[in-house]
Design a protein around this ligand. Sequence first.
Ligand code: COA
Length: 374
Amino acid sequence: MYKPAITGTGVFTPEEVITNAELVETFNAYADRMNAANAEAIAAGEMEPMQHSSDAFIVKASGIERRHVMNKSGILDPEVMHPLLRQRSDDEPGIMAEMALDAAKKALAQAGRTPEDIDLVICAASNMERAYPAVAIEIQALLGIKGFAFDMNVACSSATFGIQAAADMIRSGSVRAALVVNPEICSGHLEWRDRDCHFIFGDVATATVIERIEEAQGPHFEILSTRCATQFSNNIRNNNGFLRRTRPDGLADRRDMQFMQNGRKVFKEVVPMVSHHIADHMADEGLEGSALRRMWLHQANKTMNDLIGKKVLGREPAPEEQPNILQDYANTSSAGSIIAFSQNSDDLGDGDLGLICSFGAGYSVGSVLLRRHL
Ligand code: COA
């Protein structure tokens, strides 16, 4: 058995940014238009008026201040309220592959590796832009990687599940080095017309290089162990899928064809699930939560992360023990914990322990226990 290690990570950050103030201005303009268009029904009590959103609520409820997106103009047009992306021909790289490529090149450079060194690509994300061929195979071809590639989807937990799959293959010897990429265009499946969730998501892509520890070219993180768990829940759901046209009204502009969640329930159920998951993972390694120098948690909600951190460490975590990036990126689904890791791990000392943990729809939770080697 070989020991796997994370030797490089990379982040692609879209140039366009939407602040809460911009988002709320658009949402409120949309709500006013809808209320004006439905004034009679509202006056007759047949319809509830849409309420305004607020920057103060968004920051208080989530900790999110802004988000990067692949297209801002469509989202901020009250007549459109979703991103507008260019139609690409089948002969040019898809948008997910293009985003992943940028992150992958950065991760390979940090690992001191070239595509020839990699023999597995996993594209692990919440949504794939098409049914097939796999986005991972397109990325493999664009980079000129031999070996094999496949897509996987475990919603917000996709990155850690992908790392576990790659690490297990490296352990067994079936691959030598893997690239796990997480291109997330969350703006495409967010319902920007729903004030309960319109502030939640942003777009980004992350990439992680995992290889045999003895082949690491520089400072790296040994993967001591990984743990994944799932438990079915309808509290985060999106009904869009390939059978859409087969169902009555399937092609209509239906609310359930975008991201839907029962945010309160998610909050209440996922915090204990994740806290116990991390505690059990640590206990099985003979470790206390307090042994962790750092946690890179899924980036959905600041209060949620504060609570999980407190339960795991047994005390209030210091900000540097549990870095958040969601104020700048919002929830970027599977990529969030990898952005936090990529931007906040260089300063760890030799032997320091850290844990990446992502969680979300499914429900699903995945944790990766790491030891720093300089
Ligand atoms: N602006 C102003 N008010 C808003 C609002 C907005 N954008 N959105 C909701 N409100 C209102 C609600 O209507 C509600 O009003 P009421 O008390 O009169 O009914 C009030 O604010 C509280 O709303 P609620 O939805 O209960 O807020 P919350 O404190 O639970 O925060 C979330 C909402 C979504 C931020 C929070 O539940 C959460 O983060 N949950 C977990 C999300 C998660 O991890 N999802 C995973 C996705 S992968």
